[in-house]
Design a binder for this molecule. Sequence first.
Ligand code: TMP
Length: 211
Amino acid sequence: MSGLFITFEGGDGAGKTTVLNQISDWLKESGYSVLKTREPGGIHIAESIREIILNKEHTTMDGRTEALLYAAARRQHLVEKVMPALNEGQVVLCDRFIDSSLAYQGYARGLGIDEVYQINQFAIEGCMPDVTLFFDIPPEEGLKRISANDEREKNRLDLEAVDFHERVYEAYQLLLRKYPERIQSINAHQDIEDVEEAAKEVLRPFLLKGK
Ligand code: TMP
């Protein structure tokens, strides 16, 4: 594959989606062909799975069911959208990927990071991101931002207790230590322009490699 696969990760309300949009504009202005997408979703089948997972009425959903549904959505999205774009040499910007499953299902839900990694390997067959940006913001701060955003409808995972979001944050710290080369931390607790600049700084060397 000749493209560049960049994933955006962080707790809810970390601002990663806003920065992803800005990075996309910046890359396009610099002449790159960019695919902007998100998980779970990005294509019809995976968006349908997203609706099932995040439906607030699905309060009885088992943790393993949730993990398998995220992995299924990931598989379809990868095969239908991400891999073809990478094969064409595009820069793929994906809002969340495997690390979200490791953090939310593996650690915060307690299913085990290694176990969730295994089912995801079945789904992705080794197609890992070239680089992952982790937007670092204390969970209470992220949750405050979500509550202040009236336009965002709260989903089933937003409604989890604060300690769930704290575990998600702890999990990302573990993942940063586990994958120090792939996952790069960005301080998201600063002005959005500074967050955007910090993200560009991390990405420049990958773009220069001319992948
Ligand atoms: P979003 O709000 O960033 O679109 O993501 C939807 C929710 O799904 C968010 O709370 C994080 C969660 N999620 C997981 O729990 N596991 C995953 O593998 C992914 C991709 C998202």
